[in-house]
Design a protein around this ligand. Structure first.
Ligand code: ADP
Ligand code: MG
Length: 271
């Protein structure tokens, strides 16, 4: 093929919005003639490259829009370190079926056991599957709900928060929630009920939620909707942050992890 034909073809591909195919065309043509590919095989290769690039762009966009605090994957999670986690359950969550079914996920456990890491890992899978995902902390979310309420735009705000297929709410229980915040949170959970998934993490057992929300009735109503279709992952284990410190010789093996890891989490490296 002469260079003018090749250039024209690349321009036409650009006009058809096939940038990856245009970029890869010269190398693929060469490769096809070297390997004596059939027309169909060559075309499949070219179209496949464009499709893969498009998929990657979509995933990137969804990932940016999700506003994760960091990018940690399920592949980089050391399940051996946390044997109380059922790997099969996490693999099932990674398929995104719970999102298609608008089911919820609760990741519970003490600080440092990998709740946020797993939440982000599952969120990244959701983005790769094309689901609109939003990551937020409980404090950030409730703060923004209360502000919206004070500014008379709570309905708009809730509508916006009902849209993503997956809403990740990290760190329920680190800070007590005022009555207004608890009420608005309940409204949000009710509106998303059976429409869109919520994945939330908490350092408190569900029995402690009455205290977190300052009201047992509200806490029960929230849990009633959250738990109706849900997967609960109870993580009982040691803080991974402390393991790393211990490895570096900064902590004696006998030291109790609870008080340490609470302080450690407040100064955690994930925020
Ligand atoms: P939590 O949210 O439960 O307090 P994080 O998810 O923030 O804990 O984990 C604390 C740090 O330790 C993060 O940097 C996280 O990536 C890492 N981490 C925790 N558990 C594991 C694990 N099992 N394998 C790999 N990294 C882990
Ligand atoms: Mg966390």
């Amino acid at each position: 093929m002469n260079s003018t034909t090749l250039e024209r073809l690349q321009e036409q591909m650009q006009s058809l919005k096939l940038p990856q195919a245009a970029a890869d065309l010269p190398a693929l043509l060469q490769d096809a003639s070297k390997r004596e590919l059939s027309y169909a095989d060559f075309l499949q290769e070219l179209v496949g490259r464009e499709l893969a690039a498009k998929q990657e762009r979509h995933t990137q966009m969804k990932t940016t829009m999700a506003r994760f605090p960091f990018h940690k994957t399920l592949e980089s999670f050391d399940f051996k370190f946390q044997p109380s986690i059922d790997v099969k359950t996490i693999k099932e969550l990674a398929t995104g079926r719970f999102i298609a079914d608008a089911d919820n996920v609760l990741l519970l456990g003490p600080p440092g056991v990998g709740k946020t890491h797993l939440a982000v890992g599952i969120g990244l899978k959701a983005c790769a599957l094309g689901h609109r995902t939003v990551f937020t902390t409980a404090a950030g979310l409730i703060g923004s709900l209360v502000r919206a309420h004070q500014e008379n735009r709570i309905e708009e705000k809730i509508k916006l928060l009902v849209q993503p297929k997956l809403l990740i709410i990290d760190e329920i229980g680190y800070l007590p929630i005022e009555r207004l915040g608890a009420n608005l949170f309940f409204q949000l959970v009710s509106r998303r009920y059976e429409k869109g998934s919520i994945l939330l993490t908490s350092n408190q057992s569900l029995a402690g939620w009455g205290q977190v929300f300052g009201d047992q009735v509200i806490a029960t109503a929230i849990l009633d909707r959250l738990l109706h279709h849900s997967t609960i992952v109870n993580i009982k284990g040691e803080s991974y942050r402390l393991k790393e410190k211990r490895k570096a010789g900064l902590l004696a093996r006998s030291e109790s992890y609870t008080a340490e890891s609470v302080a450690d989490n407040v100064a955690g490296d994930n925020r």
